[in-house]
Design a binder for this molecule. Structure first.
Ligand SMILES: [Zn+2]
Length: 113
């Protein structure tokens, strides 16, 4: 079996079809390493998606348990929306969006047809 064929069955092959929203944003609370998305199939054939500590994955000592993808993404989304609406972040967000929009309009008007 060549390497390409072998990779077809590795956990990372599930990444192609699944979007891991917290990639490069989620860090292990035990060791501080990034947590990366992975997928796997149980003995019953059910596919699971989760985030795993890179240090654990590379056998560098961390024993942090993996976290279910759906659970952690839903929690982060809920907390993010909550914080935007609870502290006056919406005013700041609108101000910044208006500034970015103004910059974009300027850039478009400077383009020659
Ligand atoms: Zn870790």
């Amino acid at each position: 079996m060549d390497r390409l064929e072998n990779n077809k069955y590795s956990p990372s092959s599930y990444k192609a079809d699944e979007r891991y929203l917290l990639t490069s944003k989620l860090m292990c609370c035990d060791c501080g390493a990034l947590m990366v998305g992975e997928g796997g199939t149980s003995h019953s054939g059910k596919v699971y998606h989760y985030y795993k500590c890179v240090s654990d994955k590379k056998k560098h000592g961390c024993r942090r348990k993996s976290v279910r993808k759906n659970a952690i993404e839903e929690l982060v989304m809920r907390k993010t929306v909550q914080s935007v609406f609870e502290c006056n972040a919406m005013d700041s967000l609108v101000k910044h969006l208006m500034m970015w929009q103004a910059k974009e309009n300027t850039a478009v008007s400077m383009q020659k047809p």
